[in-house]
Design a protein around this ligand. Structure first.
Ligand SMILES: Nc1ncnc2c1ncn2[C@@H]1O[C@H](COP(=O)(O)OP(=O)(O)OP(=O)(O)O)[C@@H](O)[C@H]1O
Length: 356
């Protein structure tokens, strides 16, 4: 018999949270519960480190005894205790008591999620270009690469190296092309990646949002992993997301997936600023001829049907790929090119819509 979510939740209801005295589900401290075959992953999020750890242990013990469970991977997270340091860093909320409901990041005016229904549609490329295009419009822009399964912003924005953490808590972001950026990819060595897969990622997302010293930003762009998984949920549940932008390609399959992403944001009551069609037409690298190889206009028609703004289209163009691979998005490397102008036009639309 395969393991069900209901069975796992029922078992967790039998475990008492030492902090509140309620069961773990009623205490609402289980996050990012994921059941994959016989493997159960989750995060226990309490306030007190020791008590959260003991809740985690009890939960693991109970689940290991549950029929169908082969492996339990659980991490405990609790906010770090406030420390009498040299003076608290500005604009950070480390050590504050846990807030109910979505929180704002001090100093950050807006949080914009860039999402796609499936991988490989060019979401990260679009996000990187929009970030520098918004910076070119004079906005203070941050980029959080939360695409934990394939972080690509370090490559696209041309940053590398480990971010400094002077006190082991604050993480100093990196900066390039006018964008303050942080990527989970910069915190992990290649061979550590496996350790980060799973529920820890959700804890990691919260850490990145809260512990990175973003400074004052007009907009923090969050490059999400593809799909509608736990990172998306954590982001929208935990943080006041101003809105989302959906990137799609013209293929029907991609559009069907894009609709799933739309539905998820609608369910989370997150405003959708609109859709961008990437790889909309193909521009021949030899002659510059523009061709609609994937059937053009699907995203626009879809957006119209759903009553969503269509923010614009970006061609499939080798120069966009080369620039992104070279660490200087086309908006920076060829600012007057028509490809760059397409991104800049979308950035201006976003600003007009209150997203930038
Ligand atoms: N408009 C474009 N023209 C040419 N190449 C593009 C364009 N957009 C993206 N690409 C290329 O397509 C590949 C996938 O893009 P990208 O990594 O941005 O996708 P993604 O949707 O973020 O994928 P994933 O979420 O799976 O990482 C990259 O090699 C990128 O350079």
């Amino acid at each position: 018999m395969s393991l069900t979510r209901d069975a796992v939740v029922a078992a967790l209801r039998e475990v008492t949270d030492p902090e509140s005295g309620a069961d773990l589900i009623s205490a609402d401290i289980i996050r990012a519960l994921n059941i994959d075959g016989g493997t159960v992953r989750f995060v226990v999020e309490g306030r007190d480190g020791a008590m959260t750890e003991s809740a985690r242990k009890a939960a693991v013990e109970r689940l290991e005894a549950l029929a169908g469970v082969e492996k339990v991977l659980a991490v405990a997270t609790a906010p770090a205790a406030p420390k009498a340091a040299k003076g608290p860093p500005p604009e950070l909320n480390i050590g504050r008591p846990k807030q109910q409901g979505p929180q704002k990041i001090p100093g950050v005016e807006r949080i914009i999620a860039i999402a796609s229904g499936k991988g490989g549609v060019g979401k990260s490329t679009v996000a990187g270009n929009l970030a520098v295009a918004l910076a070119a419009e004079g906005r203070r822009v941050g980029m959080l690469d939360a695409d934990v399964y394939g972080p690509s912003q370090p490559r696209i924005l041309g940053v590398s190296g480990r971010p400094a953490s002077p006190d082991g808590k604050i993480i100093m972001p990196l900066r390039n092309h006018g964008v303050t950026m942080m990527s989970i990819g910069l915190m992990t060595a290649e061979d550590e990646a496996v350790v980060w897969r799973g529920p820890m990622l959700m804890g990691a997302l919260q850490q990145m949002m809260n512990q990175v010293r973003w400074g004052r930003l007009d907009v923090l762009i969050v490059d999400l992993p593809p799909g509608t998984g736990d990172v998306q949920m954590t982001l929208t549940q935990k943080f006041e997301v101003t809105g989302a932008v959906i990137v799609s390609t013209p293929q029907d399959l991609a559009l069907l997936d894009a609709r799933k992403a739309l539905d998820m944001f609608a369910k989370m009551n997150t405003r959708i600023f609109g859709m961008i069609e990437n790889m909309s037409t193909h521009i021949c690298s030899n002659c510059g001829f523009e061709e609609h190889i994937f059937g053009h206009g699907g995203a626009q028609a879809d957006a119209e049907r759903l009553g969503l703004p269509f923010l614009g289209e970006i061609p499939l163009d080798i120069e966009i790929r080369k620039a992104a691979d070279g660490g200087a998005p086309i908006v920076v490397s060829a600012p007057e090119s028509r490809q760059a102008l397409a991104f800049r036009a979308i950035a201006r639309e976003l600003i007009e819509a209150g997203a930038g």
